[in-house]
Design a protein around this ligand. Structure first.
Ligand SMILES: [Zn+2]
Length: 415
């Protein structure tokens, strides 16, 4: 039977007490090895730019930038930034082609389109001291806000994370933190968030949804981080000024959050979409991924705990950790979207939330598993070197273990 499971059975030793200290030397060596594999295998030409930050070359540019900021890689900083540029250049060429010839959604999408490329370009040029180019790409990013502000700008679902408003706002938050500059400004951000609330209310009303804010993506009412409610609510909770000025929205968000919370299974997972609620998937077939399920919903719950200070959200987070420990050694590969590194980030998030070494231990166990002989039987993802499916994201997870207090899932900040 075990051959049909989506995950390897977890036989890893659980936390046995005491301090947990990551072996920085080992982690650094493994990170460097991943970087070398990416450098040797992932060719830097335009055909590999499709899929933006999610599976395109710009994801490697992001990874190199991220590593360049780590104190453990201080000596490699300049080289990493140069290498970031090598991956960024073809992505910028492709983005400029898309801008002239592509569909609107491919231009404004953050994870899958140009918005993400512009944000990464703005940040890397700034790190290289090229302020003029940095400002040019900040401005390219900013201009996209006007396209996504109308409530129904994209009829297939314009609120989720990969192509919609949530991803764009995550990009704006990231730019803010990296450039130390509020690139969109309060009124543009508020207009986007207001549109997200309006869009969710309209949809819920027309479809008599049991959740006051509900959304669809290509006709499916997804609930998870990538295309669904969890990613959308997470972003809404990430703008405290807007939230405090919109008590009605704050209440709707909380009600929607609680309706989602009520769908958590006894095991701790969340269904993939509303159409699974009644005819639920059998537990052995449930998806426990960042994109669908508890490993992506945990970020919303952690954020909700910080905003509303309600212990129920913390308890739900801990349950997400339990299902991830049990079913998170995914056979789909080492990536962060639906792979072992994405599961590992759940434990890093719980560690930051609680300070409990128990979770750090689990994160390190998942890191070790990636190098086990058993994991060699895992599938090779379609985009094996990419940020969300492949090794670039794995490198982000592994290197974050050196400073777990600062760890964060790419573009999905909680703290
Ligand atoms: Zn996924």
């Amino acid at each position: 039977m075990s051959t049909h499971k989506r995950y390897f059975v977890n036989n890893l030793p659980d936390y046995g007490g005491g301090d947990v200290i990551p072996d920085k030397g080992e982690i650094k060596r493994q990170t460097v090895a991943l970087v070398q594999t990416i450098r040797h295998k992932w060719h830097r030409h335009r055909q590999n730019c499709d899929g933006g930050l999610y599976v395109g070359l710009v994801g490697a540019a992001y990874m190199f930038y991220r590593l360049s900021k780590m104190p453990e890689f201080a000596e490699e900083r300049d080289r990493f930034l140069e290498q970031a540029m090598e991956y960024l250049e073809p992505a910028l060429e492709e983005a400029s082609y898309t801008k002239g010839h592509g569909k609107k959604v491919d231009v404004v999408a953050f994870l899958l389109g140009n918005a993400g490329v512009y944000a990464v370009a703005a940040v890397i040029f700034k790190a290289l001291g090229n302020i003029k180019e940095s400002e040019k790409y900040v401005s390219e990013f900013k201009h996209l806000a006007a396209t996504i502000t109308p409530v129904n700008w994209f009829s297939r679902g314009g609120d989720e994370f990969l192509v919609g408003r949530s991803g764009y706002l995550a990009g704006a938050l990231w730019l803010h933190s990296e450039l130390n500059q509020d690139v969109l400004g309060e009124s543009a951000v508020s207009a986007i968030l207001d549109a997200m609330v309006e869009s969710g209310q309209q949809y819920a009303h027309h479809h008599r949804s049991r959740i006051p804010l509900m959304y669809q993506y290509y006709g499916t009412e997804y609930l998870g981080a990538a295309h669904g409610l969890a990613g959308i609510l997470h972003m809404m909770l990430s703008f405290p000024l807007w939230l405090s000025s919109r008590p009605h929205a704050k209440e709707l968000i909380r009600k929607s959050l609680d309706a989602l919370l009520a769908l958590q299974t006894p095991g701790g997972n969340f269904p993939c979409a509303m159409d699974e609620i009644d005819g639920q998937r059998p537990p052995e077939d449930e998806l426990v991924h960042w994109c669908h399920g508890a490993p992506g919903t945990v970020y919303l719950l952690a954020k909700a705990y910080m905003v509303y200070e309600d212990k129920r959200y913390l308890e739900a987070c801990i349950k997400c950790g339990e299902i991830t420990w049990l079913k998170g050694l995914l056979k789909k590969g080492p990536g962060i979207c639906h792979g072992v590194a994405g599961s590992g980030y759940v434990f890093l998030t719980l560690y930051r939330l609680t300070g409990d070494a128990f979770h750090l231990h689990r994160a390190i166990q998942f890191f070790r598993f990636i190098y086990s002989s058993e994991f060699k039987q895992a599938r090779t993802p379609d985009s094996p070197y990419s940020l969300y499916e492949g090794l670039a994201g794995t490198a982000c997870f592994i290197s974050d273990l050196m400073n777990p207090e600062q760890s964060s899932f790419p573009f999905f900040r909680v703290f």
